[in-house]
Design a binder for this molecule. Structure first.
Ligand SMILES: [Zn+2]
Ligand SMILES: [Zn+2]
Length: 143
């Protein structure tokens, strides 16, 4: 898992200004190592004594997303989650019927990345993707 210091120093190298609030959000996301909604982040920050409004937390995660440090993913029923982008990427299959979320390893995206580069001259940033559909159980009997 990537540590907060690595992200902070990378952003500094890019000439970004690291306020106390931005640092607190980065540290909370890293410490959790999990998918957090803006509300989750706000709650955890408040518990550590950093009281930020939902709007402020939202602006900071968008700022981190624009700089490639954080992935934003809509998991459907589970909401929009944010996660630090580390070296071992993963993705999710989200069932539209029962809401089940299954993890998928990153290598399944390699063929897609390659085609997008070759045929569209597009460099995709597939860092944490949710693919919606029907899970095995929900498909049974509906085919
Ligand atoms: Zn995930
Ligand atoms: Zn299902």
């Amino acid at each position: 898992m990537i540590c907060a210091e690595a992200i902070v120093s990378r952003l500094r190298e890019q000439g970004e200004r690291l306020t106390i609030q931005r640092r607190a959000v980065i540290e909370t996301l890293c410490a959790s190592g999990d998918h957090l909604t803006v509300q989750d982040l706000q709650t955890q920050l408040a518990a550590q004594g950093t009281a930020l409004t939902e709007t402020t937390v939202y602006r900071i995660v968008q700022w981190l997303k624009d700089r490639g440090a954080v992935a934003q993913t809509d998991l459907g029923q589970s909401g929009v989650v944010y996660q630090v982008i580390d070296r071992t990427l993963h993705h999710h299959l989200v069932c539209l019927r029962c809401g089940r979320v299954v993890d998928v390893e990153d290598c399944v995206m390699d063929a897609l990345r390659e085609r997008l580069r070759r045929e569209y001259a597009f460099e995709p940033r597939i860092d944490h993707m949710a693919i919606f559909g029907l899970c095995r159980d929900c498909r049974a009997g509906h085919d």
